[in-house]
Write a protein that binds this ligand. Sequence first.
Ligand code: PLP
Length: 346
Amino acid sequence: MEKLARKQVQQLTPYLSARRIGGCGDVWLNANESPFNNEYKTDFARLNRYSECQPKELIQAYASYAGVKPEQTLTSRGADEGIELLIRAFCEPNEDAILFCPPTYGMYGISAETMGVTRKVVPLTAEWQLDLATIEQNLDNVKLVFVCSPNNPTGNLVKREDIISLLEMTKERAIVVMDEAYIDFCPEASTVDLLEQYPNLAILRTLSKAFALAGLRCGFTLASEEIINVLLKVIAPYPVPVPVADIAIQALSEAGLARAKYQMLDLNANRAYLQVGLSMIAGVEVFEGWGNYLLVKFSDGDALFKGAWDTGIILRNSPIENCVRISVGNRDECEKTVGFIRNFYA
Ligand SMILES: Cc1ncc(COP(=O)(O)O)c(C=O)c1O
């Protein structure tokens, strides 16, 4: 049966998500999830009916949170579906390309590969910033340029002036997709204000991180009405389950937003605790991070990762040599992690 699959799919290595990798333990800091488990009311009264394709109340709530018009807002099954919809709607298989800049989030490449769309790779510079000159030389046939900021896994922000240069460079040629999955932890770095000026900008957002709803699978694409209308042509007829919309609306209510804000401040404080605690250990280098995770360099990253794994502290290894990505958990999880690493090197 496998031979019946498309050739590209036969050759595909699927994304190794934290869940697929597994692990066994009681400190889970490998998927950039929130440690908060908030309660919601669920209403099972309307499940005999299909949901709205784009539930109005949800769209209005997120548009208002993000400071855009409802017509500029699309909701989907996580930001991951936003990535897929953009590629499916804008890239001709075996003809067009996407461009992305590793080390970065793996799903841009995998989604493109699944759909037979060429992947152009222009690595970030040594400072993990955009290599604009090389990007410019590689724009032929590129329809989408993915930029992640805060970048996963490095944690740094991409310079705003470089994003503007990229938007200018790609004007009327390609869409710049800003992946802002972690932007709620540093909202001042958002590019949402640039939507007005750049119709070739699309922004990906999610409730999986700062809103502590990774299991809900709810994300958003913010863009010009024109781009949103193209995406609406290819989205499934009922992409948002009724309970998902109900819970997401509660998360985006006034009380939900206040709670999320409080939890983000708490996590940012824990990130500072991790940053300082780990920096004090000899031979450990912590990179400045703006999301709910930190990239940390060890003398032997694989040994540290495995040692933590064996004691039930599940971290994420990274493609960057000797670097491990550590999600910011609750204070107890952060203390256990710092304690383990301190002992590991003692
Ligand atoms: C940079 C980045 N973009 C997108 C996603 C996917 O988010 P979602 O859970 O909304 O599909 C992730 C998930 O880890 C991510 O790290």
